[in-house]
Design a protein around this ligand. Structure first.
Ligand code: AMP
Ligand code: GLY
Length: 428
């Protein structure tokens, strides 16, 4: 039987999910924005609010969905997976309660501490701004300030990097968040490992490194992620296989402690001199990281979904031994003062050997235009990171730079080498 899948979400991550599913299923999609790449792959595309569980269930029933895949965190937090499951449509994505591992950073840290999960930094949670400020005064070392709720990856402030102690206190007092977490600043290199989780088991995917800072050389404000790379092996050039395995041990302990979790568990790690520590968990694929992982996944995505739904063992995953480099084109001025309305000059054909994934764009009669969020990504897949990077750059050259900003340094030999040198220096 051909499965009918409903995909929720309209970003670059969901375009990657759609491309991984489309050849094998009847695909329907719904999202707040109309993603032209997903719309072309799907048999139907509905524009609706991604945080409206009733509207999503109604569309799932209308198209006869046999499984749903929820891409972004906002619908998970809004109870979309709960509502789909209740309507008898298996949702690959955690219920709102389980998604708190991402949506409530205070819960996430307490959960790690209570369950004895390795890799948890020292932390305290606060609902009073002045108590948090007093803690900063008394603490010997740099702290990280994290609003407990969702901030689209832009609410975290790191002492000793973006601010000093006075700046951290000012940030807390100015923003008046309900609850904040203060935690030990971890030093090292960041990496992501995403895993498919269902029926108490998980299947991990290769490590990816994202680039959160807006400008080249890791300068500027934090963004949703400007681009990412993965190697032809499970680990990244600055890691050992043992570092990757230590991250898997953390995911293993987490999945064991999470009762009934299903969907993607995304671990963001800091590789420190003491091994990997958890920066955060997400309850979904990363965006951009999904665009590194899914193009090299050789196992059929739909087979993972049906095994999850039917209570079977998840299939062992096979990946092509290829490196990937993903670079986002974002509107000029992103994230602080983005200018929308630039015509996108590259399409799936002119991208050549690169894969093009649309994110927040607006399709009009005469073409596709940028909005104020990340616009589109180009992904190279090749034997080495260097070759994959060139493939992505060739396609970016077709897109041009007018009205767009791109971090060209992502995946280039210089920056990869800096990561290796950084870890070597810390380990010395
Ligand atoms: P998040 O929104 O949790 O992904 O955090 C955004 C960024 O803040 C991360 O990508 C890290 O670069 C940084 N960060 C978060 N937590 C820590 C920590 N405990 N130590 C050092 N950097 C951190
Ligand atoms: N790339 C970071 C995230 O998806 O949260």
């Amino acid at each position: 039987m051909t499965e009918t899948i409903l995909l929720v979400g309209g970003g670059g991550r969901e375009h990657a999910i759609a491309r991984a599913l489309a050849p094998d299923v009847n695909l329907y999609a719904c999202a707040s924005n109309r993603n032209p790449g997903i719309a072309r792959l799907a048999d139907g595309f509905e524009s609706l609010s991604e945080t409206d569980p009733e509207a999503i269930v109604a569309y799932a029933e209308e198209v006869g969905a046999t499984v749903a895949v929820v891409g972004p965190e906002a619908p998970l937090a809004a109870g979309v997976a709960d509502a789909l499951d209740e309507a008898g449509i298996y949702a690959f994505g955690p219920h709102a309660e389980e998604a708190r591992i991402e949506t409530d950073k205070a819960f996430q840290r307490r959960f790690m501490r209570d369950a004895g999960i390795p890799g948890c930094p020292d932390f305290e949670t606060f609902d009073d701004d002045e108590e948090a400020c007093a803690f900063i005064d008394d603490y010997d070392g740099d702290l990280v300030v994290k609003p407990a709720g969702l901030t689209g990856g832009k609410g975290v402030v790191v002492m000793g990097d973006q601010v000093d102690a006075e700046g951290a206190k000012e940030y807390i007092r100015e923003n008046d968040y309900d609850r904040i977490v203060l935690e030990e600043r971890l030093i090292g290199e960041e990496f992501t490992v995403q895993a498919f989780v269902a029926n108490g088991e998980f299947r991990a995917t290769p490590a990816v490194q994202d680039h959160k800072r807006a400008y080249e050389g890791d300068e500027g404000p934090n963004t949703g992620g400007m681009g990412s790379y993965s190697d032809a092996t499970w680990a990244l050039p600055f890691m050992t296989e043992g570092d990757y395995d230590a991250a898997l041990d953390i995911l293993d302990a987490t999945v064991s402690a999470l009762d009934g979790y299903k969907g993607i568990l995304y671990g963001q790690f800091m590789l420190t001199t003491e091994g990997p520590k958890v920066i955060e968990f997400n309850a979904r694929f990363g965006d951009p990281e999904a665009m590194n992982t899914l193009p090299v996944l050789e196992t059929k995505f739909v087979d993972i979904l049906t095994a999850a739904r039917d209570g079977e063992d998840l299939p062992e995953l096979a990946f092509a031994a290829q490196a990937t480099v993903c670079k986002y084109a974002v509107p000029d001025g992103y994230p602080e003062n983005p200018t929308a309305g630039t015509k996108v000059e590259v399409d799936e054909e002119s991208a050549g050997d690169a894969l093009l994934y649309y994110a927040s764009v607006d399709e009009r009669d005469d073409g596709i235009y940028t909005t104020t969020s990340r616009s589109f990504a180009l992904v190279g897949v090749a034997d080495t990171i260097a070759e994959a990077e060139e493939i992505a750059e060739d396609a970016l050259a077709v897109a041009g730079e007018d009205g767009l900003h791109i971090r060209h340094d992502i995946g280039k030999a210089d920056l990869v080498q800096r990561r290796i040198d950084h870890m070597e220096e810390l380990r010395r």
